[in-house]
Write a protein that binds this ligand. Sequence first.
Ligand SMILES: C[S@@+](CC[C@H](N)C(=O)[O-])C[C@H]1O[C@@H](n2cnc3c(N)ncnc32)[C@H](O)[C@@H]1O
Length: 317
Amino acid sequence: MESDEAVQSTNDDASECKRSAVRLGYWQDRFIGVLARATERKPPEINRGYFARTQGVTLFVKQFLKVVGEKCQIINIGAGFDTLYWRLKDMDLKVENFTEIDFPSVTARKCYAIKRSKVLLDGLGITDGEVKFSSTELHGGNYHLVGADVRNLADVAQKLRESEVDLRLPTLFLAECVLVYIECAQVTRLLAWIVEHFSNALFVNYEQVNMCDRFGNIMLENLRARGCPLSGVESCKSLDTQKKRFLNANWDGAKAWTMVDVYAAIDPSERHRVEKLEMLDEQELLTQLFQHYCISVAWKGPVLQGGIRLSEYDDNE
Ligand SMILES: C[S@@+](CC[C@H](N)C(=O)[O-])C[C@H]1O[C@@H](n2cnc3c(N)ncnc32)[C@H](O)[C@@H]1O
């Protein structure tokens, strides 16, 4: 479908923006340059936004790993060209299984890039096993890259089995700018399916919020003009609709913060470092962007009942 192709192309934007910010020193990622095309330098507000997004997601990933330990899994839904698997290895953070899912046309390109890249292949850390490749899928060590439309739950279940995902292990599901492209009813089915099958799970979701005001409407119009259907936008009206999406699908609890709060929770020395990298033309524009993106988290099962926090001062219930 044409609209699916437009959604898939959002991965090129995301990975090119990440590459632009990394090149300017916002954070370290020696892998994104292998996967993403080099493009012109992005505006400072965009670089700063991607910095907040990457650091915010990493903050929750690290918290999950601290709570559950190494015997856990990460499943990245709509992973695109994300490099978290390799970056975790660079940080010496270990997981039992790391599975990435995206449309086969996207995973095919990622497979091809991995096959041709020594740095990405070395990152799989395979010493005594082999890497199994097809044109759209790759299984090597604890890394699995599989092609599926996540609206098709039978396919998702099959691909997770092939990736040796263990339903009993604490599992972090990650979705960065993915659910907004999927019909709300289908997202609810996916979220309910996860809760039904995994005994301990955390979901970390990054995407648009506060889409009902003027700035939100302009953002939506820009995306629609590119042919992207924003079928899931109903859940992006407010922090409350973001949380309700999980609670309606039977998750035990949920929290959500705009990127204004997430940015403020990033280590101050890191924030001060990146604030010196580029002059911001428009502080107001950055604030508006931060008000219109959020991270929502939801948990299920006894292991994560202690709750997940944005910071030690967090009293968001
Ligand atoms: C904006 S990109 C984000 C990529 C990556 N998460 C990141 O943050 O760099 C959205 C991704 O979601 C994927 N996606 C959207 N709907 C999907 C679906 N129904 N099934 C599988 N992948 C999907 C797209 O193909 C695309 O790679």
